[in-house]
Design a protein around this ligand. Sequence first.
Ligand code: HEC
Ligand code: HEC
Ligand code: HEC
Ligand code: HEC
Ligand code: HEC
Ligand code: HEC
Ligand code: HEC
Ligand code: HEC
Ligand code: HEC
Length: 416
Amino acid sequence: MTNIWAVILARLPLAALLLACSFAYAETKNSCLDCHSALPDPLGVSQETFSHDIHAQKGLTCASCHGGDPTSDDADKAMSRKAGWKGKIDRAQIPQLCGSCHSDPSFMRTFNPSLRTDQLSQYKTSVHGKRLAAGDTKVAVCTDCHSVHDLRAPSNLASTVNPVNVANTCAHCHADPNYMSAYKIPTNQFADYSQSVHHSALAVRGDLSAPTCTTCHGNHGATPPGVAKVQNVCSNCHTFQAQMYEKSSHKAAFAAASLPGCVVCHSNHGIRHPTDAMLGTGPAAVCMQCHTPGDACDQARAGLQSGLSRLDEAIKGADQVLGVAESSGMEVSEARLGQDQARDSLTKARVTIHSFRTDLVDQDIQVGLKVAAKNLQAGKQAMVERNHRRVGLGISLVAIALVLLGLRLYIKQIES
Ligand code: HEC
Ligand code: HEC
Ligand code: HEC
Ligand code: HEC
Ligand code: HEC
Ligand code: HEC
Ligand code: HEC
Ligand code: HEC
Ligand code: HEC
């Protein structure tokens, strides 16, 4: 208890207010809310709205951020500079205001010891923060991402910064060509992202391990912790592809030409499900942006593509035969299960592609081809067996028919 008091005393002006407010929250007067809940926008803040705010829920009040004297009904007294009322909070001052509590570890610890207190210092390293410091107030400040007066914890599904809502929050500015017209950057990030594998994993399938804007760009800082450049962020999650790529000759060649890694072939925002056509020469091709037809790399490309499609076709061929065998009542479940192993080899080969070495990819292909061939054989054998059974069945049917015919002739003979 004593050190809490020490902390609070050390922050006397704010602490005095907070103390008054937190004791008084439930029963005591909040003249700010009384008046402002009746005022029209933009001055209006309703009781209903503010009750959703994490700050209100933790016992803070209007005066915790705005200053002033919430015990007075007199506008002049309540909103007096003497009582610490700050007046309209300038956009440029917002990060400082939020940081006055959130950058103070000893104060924040009294509420929630596990909450980070580096948001403001991180923010200052971001493009938003740097530009704000240089006087550009169109960039995002704390309240653009978090909202104000109904500000919720990120884990709350209704929070503007909940992973499911982040992309929309960024889109308010980044997808608005008018708002962004003074800047030289594109405004297609949201549209592209909305078409991507990541968006469909996160927003459609609810897979929270898929990235949204802030997973790649960082919440507050320029990039997420542990990532030197945004373009390297892919390796955090796609570790197998990254390990292969690290050892490939592309890694060094791209670095020397200052080309980003993964995004050269996959793009950054509009990432689609990769197909073998990326290795082809058609519209989806990625290799031929750089390599010339007929050179060693083009030959390697053709080899990789044909390897993958050979295995793909072998798997499909075996699937088909096994399917027919199964629907004719033959027992092929073991070979059916074995097909998953062949499919795994294909998946592995598509990861090994990132070595861009035909010999390595070929190892995976050969394993898969062997398995698929074995399963195909099992399917064919089942079909042969089925045919044998059919012939046997045919013969016995003919025999039965002959017996019946004989019987009938015999009966006729007896009758006559
Ligand atoms: C008696 C009613 C009343 C009370 C009590 C009151 N306000 Fe106001 N407040 C107003 C009105 C009316 C305005 C608009 C005044 C103006 O534009 O000059 C206003 C303006 C504001 C503004 C915006 C200033 C601007 O320039 O845009 C803030 C912020 C504010 N009040 C906060 C508070 C806080 C915090 C408290 C409590 C400590 C409080 N108010 C108490 C009526 C009140
Ligand atoms: C967590 C801090 C915080 C709390 C708590 C808070 N506000 Fe605010 N308020 C702000 C900030 C920051 C702005 C400026 C928002 C902006 O410009 O985007 C603001 C803006 C305002 C404005 C001015 C709107 C305008 O556009 O001129 C009024 C009025 C206001 N608040 C009243 C209140 C009242 C009344 C309460 C309590 C019910 C309250 N605030 C609680 C941080 C807070
Ligand atoms: C008067 C001190 C104070 C000010 C000013 C303040 N906050 Fe807070 N904030 C708190 C406290 C205390 C909590 C509750 C922490 C807890 O218990 O989890 C909190 C909680 C939060 C949370 C939820 C954290 C979580 O995950 O639980 C967010 C987000 C947040 N504040 C953002 C802001 C923003 C943005 C501003 C500026 C508009 C701001 N705060 C201004 C004290 C403050
Ligand atoms: C560009 C958007 C953006 C801006 C600007 C921004 N935040 Fe955040 N903030 C986020 C996101 C997104 C999260 C949620 C991360 C998550 O999912 O846990 C977050 C989380 C938080 C949290 C919860 C604890 C944590 O660190 O995860 C606090 C507190 C917070 N922000 C305060 C601030 C303050 C203070 C500022 C201004 C200095 C600010 N934020 C500016 C996007 C932003
Ligand atoms: C209030 C409007 C606004 C919001 C909301 C906003 N931004 Fe920004 N952002 C800007 C502006 C303006 C710039 C400066 C453009 C420039 O760098 O030329 C910028 C710059 C950036 C940059 C640097 C671009 C570059 O290479 O120069 C990134 C990355 C970025 N924002 C990401 C985000 C993300 C992610 C979010 C959502 C979590 C977000 N922003 C929310 C306005 C906003
Ligand atoms: C999978 C990671 C990833 C996701 C998700 C992502 N970005 Fe990016 N973003 C990147 C990379 C990589 C770059 C290129 C950076 C470079 O070249 O240095 C980039 C560039 C940008 C830029 C700079 C301008 C440009 O287009 O090159 C902005 C602004 C931006 N992203 C905003 C967003 C917004 C808004 C979202 C969410 C709708 C988002 N990003 C989602 C990885 C991502
Ligand atoms: C936060 C983790 C994370 C980050 C960062 C990330 N991804 Fe992903 N990625 C995923 C998840 C999860 C999926 C969905 C996997 C699935 O479809 O089951 C995915 C899917 C993909 C796919 C499609 C795979 C398929 O089989 O359809 C590609 C390609 C891809 N990501 C490339 C990238 C690139 C390039 C980057 C960097 C710009 C990147 N990812 C950054 C987690 C991440
Ligand atoms: C030189 C082009 C190129 C680069 C660079 C590249 N990829 Fe790929 N990527 C491909 C091709 C081609 C495929 C496979 C297409 C196919 O046959 O399905 C692929 C497939 C993928 C897949 C899907 C694998 C699967 O299971 O189907 C993911 C995920 C992926 N890449 C991530 C990455 C990551 C992460 C990086 C950076 C470390 C990266 N890629 C770099 C060309 C590239
Ligand atoms: C952005 C340009 C670019 C793209 C796209 C690209 N490459 Fe390359 N590739 C290079 C460069 C540059 C080298 C290094 C050449 C050297 O070392 O002589 C290289 C090297 C190679 C090598 C190795 C040659 C060796 O001797 O080690 C192979 C194989 C290769 N690329 C195949 C591919 C395939 C397959 C694709 C498509 C999936 C592809 N490349 C896409 C630029 C590219």
